[in-house]
Design a protein around this ligand. Sequence first.
Ligand SMILES: Nc1ncnc2c1ncn2[C@@H]1O[C@H](COP(=O)(O)OP(=O)(O)OP(=O)(O)O)[C@@H](O)[C@H]1O
Ligand SMILES: [Mg+2]
Length: 246
Amino acid sequence: MLELQHINYAVHEPDGELGILKDISLAVDDHRLVVFTGPNGGGKTTLAKIVMGLVKPTTGRILWNGEDITGLGITERAKMGISYGFQQPPRFKGLTVRDLLTIAAGNGKLSKDRCCQYLTKVGLCANDYLDREVDASLSGGEVKRIEIATILARNAQLMIFDEPEAGIDLWSFTRLTETFEQIHRAGRATMIVISHQERIISLADEVVVIGDGSISHRGSADEILPEILADTTGACPVLTKGGAAL
Ligand SMILES: Nc1ncnc2c1ncn2[C@@H]1O[C@H](COP(=O)(O)OP(=O)(O)OP(=O)(O)O)[C@@H](O)[C@H]1O
Ligand SMILES: [Mg+2]
């Protein structure tokens, strides 16, 4: 179980302190699929990075399976079963797709068949990609899909996906949502998915709307989706015509 207790995160700006996250408290039970959604700049990625240990909260506590992990770094949290896929994944010059999957799986050698299984889930063919370097020669969507495959290979207890739909074509996206459904149905992991996509939001056991650094709504997809759709104030970009999501 993941517990966030009174998380605040502020940065120092020339004209004073800027509050990015304001008193966020949240518990995510095991094997739940929770979607964080809400307007751009609301604080979703920052909160995910706080869970992974990439950003240290100004105040507040993070508990994982009852243990206070607030002071722990990324590597320690990864060893405890937490994984995070970046909104904009980094590239790894000199490492191949096979290397990344092998490191993620953490069990020495990964067979081509296993690599193929992970890559197929994100719509990539192992024959074409296994020996490619994860450098600038890969397209944005390819890098994103490879990173998602590494999270699947890691088989972590808590998987955090930051806008997995971003830059991914419709065919791969459909396959990916099916993979999320399978993991969820099998009770294999707890998933936090940051998304603006109605299709992903509808998979959620719970939807948490984060806006202006706070939780503005929480509830089931059935409760929250109509609220988002009915919010015609334009405060939430998922409603605007420019947002590809809805
Ligand atoms: N280190 C920092 N210094 C200044 N501002 C920051 C810093 N980190 C985050 N922010 C700001 O905090 C806000 C929240 O950012 P965050 O990336 O968490 O938003 P988000 O909800 O993930 O948005 P999006 O939907 O666009 O991905 C943004 O306005 C961002 O510019
Ligand atoms: Mg973000």
